[in-house]
Design a protein around this ligand. Structure first.
Ligand SMILES: Nc1ncnc2c1ncn2[C@@H]1O[C@H](COP(=O)(O)OP(=O)(O)OP(=O)(O)O)[C@@H](O)[C@H]1O
Length: 223
């Protein structure tokens, strides 16, 4: 068995982040600090602003005011953030439909300049980790919603994120598979990554080392 070296995670910091969308304040002066190697849950009711906060932390949405830094530098846009290993596991259907599960995990690695000889084994390992090795050659349309959700996670795991922002990655999974995914996220943090998991599931939140709660755009630390 090869042992992966401990990765360098990046600290994430948000200061007084405000996001206004459609004339509504979706995030209201949100501040937080996440340490490398930490595993935190982000909870809150539907519409509380969890996805919005993940987008802002991942550089995909510029806040109306306030700032986000990753490893003491401004997060920049989504492309700059991704180049530094700040990666979002989005909610919903984002897989490339004409490709197989394995191709969906290989191709982003090639875009991120992972050598071709390494991308395949990494994809196989990530699909094995999410228990989808048998569906590896299935087209996206041949996968269930929960299987697609796990391919989406595998796609990001294969890129070995420094910061992993996961948006409800277990919402379509049964309890056993959910536990597999949560254990994988915990293992990412143990390997050095900074992990933030948005979830509605109390069992997932419980498994994380800290819980941040959003309600109507305001963030409080629960534990
Ligand atoms: N482009 C947009 N324009 C206007 N309002 C938006 C836009 N995107 C999101 N919102 C609003 O921002 C609020 C927060 O949405 P967000 O998706 O961040 O919540 P959430 O906590 O992730 O919800 P869920 O748990 O249902 O995924 C919601 O009221 C939503 O309607």
């Amino acid at each position: 068995m090869t042992v992966e070296p401990v990765r360098r995670g990046l600290a994430v910091r948000a200061d007084d982040v405000v996001v206004e969308l459609g004339g509504r304040r979706v995030l209201d002066a949100v501040s937080l600090a996440l340490e490398p190697g930490s595993f935190s849950a982000l909870t809150g009711p539907s519409g509380a602003g969890k996805s919005t906060l993940l987008w802002v932390l991942g550089g995909a949405l510029r806040p109306t005011s306030g700032s986000v830094s990753v490893g003491d530098e401004p997060v920049g846009d989504e492309v700059a953030a991704a180049a530094r290993g700040v990666l979002l596991v989005p909610q919903g259907a984002t897989l490339a439909a004409p490709l197989t599960a394995r191709e969906n995990v290989v191709v982003p690695q090639l875009v991120h300049r992972v050598p071709a000889g390494e991308a395949g084994p990494r994809a196989d390992a990530a699909l094995h980790a999410v228990r989808l090795e048998e569906q590896s050659d299935h087209l996206v349309e041949e996968l269930s919603g929960g299987q697609q959700q796990r391919v989406t996670l595998a796609r990001t795991l294969a890129l070995r994120p420094a910061v992993l922002l996961a948006d409800e990655p277990t919402s379509e999974l049964d309890a056993g598979t959910r536990d597999v995914v949560v254990a994988l996220l915990a293992a990412e943090a143990a390997a050095g990554a900074t992990v933030l998991l948005a979830t509605h599931d109390a069992a997932c939140a419980e498994a994380a080392g800290a819980e941040l709660h959003l309600d109507e755009g305001r963030l409080v630390r629960v534990r």
